[in-house]
Design a protein around this ligand. Structure first.
Ligand code: CA
Length: 274
């Protein structure tokens, strides 16, 4: 949806009028209605990436949250540097979008603390326009990119996708082990010339496991990453989803039973073993 109409923008400068807010509101109202009409749209399916937004200005936060969520990101919004730092230390995020100008602890101080604590989550800084010094300091402290306000949310999405490819290691939009391939564009699982379709959850779960082969993930970790919010720990949705994936993998005829690639460790969780 990056190529969609560019109607919204945001910034801390006082350039906005009620009309601009109406346009932004209409844009997301339209997205929302479209999503309701087309529940299987690409936007709805791309929900696996978790973003921590640290931004004190509520209107900007609302704008960014709506823009990212309408494109399938899961966003958590921290309102202060201290809160953002605590959340980043205790939760797992794919990206952090970090405003520099925050009350109390500023964004650069948060970034410095994150890196000092060996938290390597990719960070995009939000900087005021023309603040070259802030940008340079941010990059030196370990930021991965920056956005100068005001910006189009489409550009933020594009930069997150670039970082995703660069850092998560999917240069060809493919995760491959031998003849077994998970295509991140068509979102299908393939073996040689055979393909099976996966639902959005099945795809997200399998992608999560396949990105870290042989690493054991607990049900709680899988729930948090794939479903994106707290579930009753006794829920069996992970097991049900794995069962469906295995069933689909067994439809692919290979030199071995491919469903065995997902190994279950009793009482703990699952891992992908190519
Ligand atoms: Ca701010």
């Amino acid at each position: 949806m990056i190529g969609g109409p560019i109607l919204g923008w945001c910034g801390e400068e006082n350039l906005r009028s009620d009309w601009v807010y109406f346009v932004i509101w209409f844009h997301y109202w339209h997205d929302f209605v479209s999503s309701e009409l087309h529940p299987m749209s690409e936007n709805i399916e791309k929900f696996a990436l978790r973003v921590l937004l640290v931004e004190d200005e509520q209107k900007i936060a609302d704008f960014v949250c709506a823009g990212l969520e309408s494109r399938g990101f899961f966003v958590e919004h921290a309102r202060t540097g201290h809160q953002g730092l605590e959340w980043a230390k205790h939760n797992s995020y794919d990206f952090i979008v970090l405003d520099i100008m925050l009350p109390g602890r500023d964004g650069l101080s948060v970034l410095k603390e994150l890196r000092a604590n060996k938290i390597a989550t990719p960070v995009i800084l939000l900087t005021a326009r023309n603040e070259l010094g802030d940008r340079l300091s941010g990059l030196e402290l370990g930021a991965d990119d920056y956005m100068a306000k005001p910006f189009f949310v489409e550009e933020l999405v594009a930069r997150l996708n670039v970082l995703r490819r660069r850092i998560l290691g999917a240069p060809h939009d493919l995760i491959q082990f031998g003849s077994l391939r998970l295509d991140l564009v068509s979102r299908k699982l393939a073996y040689d010339q055979q393909e099976v379709e996966l639902t959005a959850r099945e795809f997200a779960l399998l992608e999560y496991l396949m990105r870290a082969p042989n690493q054991l993930f607990s049900r709680a970790q899988i729930l948090e990453h794939v479903w994106g919010y707290d579930f009753d720990p006794t829920t069996n949705v992970v097991d049900v989803c794995v069962k469906r994936i295995r069933s689909k993998m067994s439809m692919l005829v290979g030199t071995k039973d491919l469903s065995a690639c997902i190994d279950s460790v009793r009482g703990v969780g699952y891992r992908f073993q190519p």
